[in-house]
Write a protein that binds this ligand. Structure first.
Ligand code: OSB
Ligand code: MG
Length: 369
């Protein structure tokens, strides 16, 4: 298959929620939808890089430049036998994984659609439905957080993840644990702690967490290993895990027992599948994270989470948590903490062209290949 044309759509989507983390407050998403076209059909992918490089080193305008100047020219005129062929073509371009993933996932959608198979099945996913939890942002008060937890427990989410940072951790955690003694609970610090916090974090077994996600800066696997050695609670890596090789090293060091798979952070679905192989060999539990995606990215998350290695609930809540109106039909629906894996070809949801136009902040850019 040859790509004939790529269309880049820059969208502004208002979020229903105000989502505060240790590194940002998000009230809307600015994002690119990548539409790839061949003689066989169309595929869609989402670039989830944030406006500023505050989650990882990538940022939306930078990713757009990488796609246009460095990735698409390397695909032009090339015959692709499978989506994984992109790996070899892009090998000269280092890093820039969210940019690569945006195009790569669109190509996977295109291949799955052309073969008439659901993306989840092309990826080796066997589940009929995936289990989902919810990631709750930092709230102005503990009472506001308790109300959020109560509402989401009531909606049936399979685990509650709380965003934490120095100054918003032990007090809200103790309050949530006291009010909900048995709810599966995790925390995510997005790298906000330092070596000076190690002794304090090493006491957190008392909160009965399923895992502690990315407490320390992404480079510092040894610091994560030092914490894991002092806890019964699992350490989970997000930002630190940018490749299958990273996960293998982290497992060898004892830096984690759980990994949050974000397809975009890993550079796409081919690398995500390699992470599945490493996780099976090394006994690491996986779950699928999120970046407040629209339905386009969310559909990819549901598809990969259909694989058996994803043994813990993901952050793939339904569209209604984030959007008044998603880009896809039907929306992703989570009922009682599960999302059904679609059985129609490709992503399994129809991207709405009219909504791509309505949420656009600039004319779409067409690139002939
Ligand atoms: O660290 O998992 C994270 C959102 C944006 C950036 C980083 C993260 C998150 C979330 C929300 O936790 C996940 C979601 O609901 O999509
Ligand atoms: Mg995280």
């Amino acid at each position: 298959m040859r790509l004939r044309e790529v269309v880049l759509h820059r969208l502004h989507m208002p979020l229903k929620i105000r989502f505060e983390t240790s590194f940002a407050v998000e009230t809307y998403r600015l994002l690119d939808i990548i539409e790839v076209r061949s003689d066989e059909g169309v595929g869609f992918g989402e670039c989830v890089a944030m406006e500023e490089p505050v989650y990882n080193e990538e940022w939306l305008d930078g990713a757009r430049e990488v796609i246009v100047r460095h990735l698409l020219p390397r695909v032009a005129g090339r015959e692709l036998a499978a989506p994984a062929d992109l790996d070899a073509l892009w090998r000269p371009v280092h890093g820039n994984k969210m940019a690569k993933s945006a195009v790569e996932t669109a190509v996977w959608d295109l291949f799955a659609g052309a073969q008439g198979v659901p993306l989840a099945r092309l990826l080796g996913g066997t589940k009929q439905a995936v289990e989902v939890g919810v990631s709750l942002g930092i709230e102005p008060t503990v009472d506001a957080l308790l109300a959020e937890v109560e509402r989401h427990v009531g909606e049936g989410f399979r685990r509650i993840k709380l965003k934490v940072r120095p100054g918003w951790d032990e007090e809200p955690l103790a309050a949530v644990r006291a009010a909900f003694p048995r709810v599966p609970l995790t925390v995510d610090a997005n790298t906000a702690y330092t070596a000076g916090d190690l002794d304090r974090l090493a006491t957190w077994d008392r909160f009965g967490l399923d895992y502690i996600e990315q407490p320390f800066p992404e480079e510092d696997l040894l610091l994560h290993a030092a914490l894991q050695a002092r806890l019964d609670t699992a350490v989970c890596l997000d930002e630190s895990a940018t490749s299958a090789a990273d996960v293998r090293i982290a497992a060898r060091l004892g830096a984690c027992r759980v990994v949050n798979v974000k397809v975009a952070r890993l550079g796409g679905l081919a690398e995500s599948l390699r992470v599945c192989d490493v996780a099976r060999e090394a006994g690491i539990d996986l779950w699928c994270g999120g970046m407040l995606e629209t339905g386009v990215g969310r559909a990819v998350n549901v598809a990969i989470a259909a694989r058996a290695e994803f043994t813990r609930p993901g952050d793939t809540a339904g569209s209604a948590r984030y959007w008044e109106e998603d880009l896809i039909e039907p929306p992703v629906v989570s009922v009682d903490g599960t999302v059904a894996v679609p059985d129609s070809p490709g992503l399994g949801y129809a991207v709405q062209a009219e909504r791509l136009r309505r949420f656009a902040v600039e004319p779409s850019r067409r690139i002939a290949l």
